[in-house]
Ligand binder design. Structure first.
Ligand code: GLP
Length: 241
């Protein structure tokens, strides 16, 4: 894992956006794996800004999001579909038909997981995957204990994850209890992975990530076995390392 220590959230976001833009310039039909949450908002804002100023084009790019809550549709303001449209897709020139997010309203969630995994393989796999990290070390919604062999699957969210994400919902009860997420094996198939971490709330898990061996109890620790991972973390996130 290559570590880029940066000053703050702004610098982390700019560095991440720069890597993504370079990837698209190098390969205009890149397949990007995208994350949601607070950490990546600045990166998306920087990509939108670059598109506006410099015209970097996403016309040939395909994107696959890591996860989606079960039970929330694209029009629900707390769905990851809604988040992606609001924070990235509506600001760049990517055709909607090339943006993939698991369908949280699928009648058959298991079939949706298979369809999603197959779609990723059909486009030739993910070139560059952007990741945040949960406070308990989750990546996507792969909670501690998830076997490293899992592909896209339905998950029961850990109480601590629902609690952490409750800040985006009216009440804790409104946070869905299940989600569809790319599996750890799905994420590990990506050519290059960027993990972002910012702020004091991520300091304890970042310390564990560097100190502990590879273990399913810290899902992000699997990244140590991937040949091409870049961690971009700010001083607060690294304050306990
Ligand atoms: C969420 C998402 C992850 C995200 C992580 C961190 O639950 N499923 O994809 O990376 O938790 O979120 P945040 O960036 O808001 O801290």
């Amino acid at each position: 894992m290559k570590l880029m220590e940066v000053k703050d959230y702004k610098e982390m976001s700019e560095k991440a956006a720069k890597i993504i833009i370079e990837q698209i310039k190098k390969k205009p039909n890149s397949v990007l794996g995208l994350a949601t949450g607070e950490t990546v908002l600045g990166t998306y804002a920087a990509l939108a800004d670059d598109h506006r100023r410099n015209g970097t084009s996403y016309e040939r790019v395909h994107t696959f999001n890591l996860d989606e809550y079960l039970g929330l549709g694209p029009d629900h303001p707390n769905s990851y579909h809604y988040y992606m449209n609001r924070h990235l897709f509506s600001h760049i020139d990517i055709p909607v038909s090339q943006t993939y997010i698991p369908n949280g309203l699928a009648d058959d969630a298991e079939a949706e997981c298979k369809r999603y995994e197959n779609l990723i393989d059909e486009v030739g796999g993910i070139d560059l995957q952007l990741l945040g990290i949960g406070r308990n070390g989750h990546i996507g919604f792969n909670e501690p204990g998830t076997p490293f062999s899992t592909v896209t699957h339905v998950v029961e969210l850990a109480p601590s994850t629902r609690q952490a994400n409750a800040r985006f919902f009216p009440t804790l009860e409104d946070v869905p209890s299940k989600a569809i997420t790319m599996g750890i094996a799905t994420i590990m198939k990506s050519g290059h992975i960027i993990l972002l971490a910012s702020g004091k709330t991520k300091a304890p898990i970042m310390a564990q990530l560097f100190e502990k061996d590879v273990t399913p109890l810290i899902p992000a620790s699997v990244l140590k076995t991937h040949p091409n991972v870049t961690i971009i973390a700010d001083q607060e996130a690294l304050s306990l390392v």
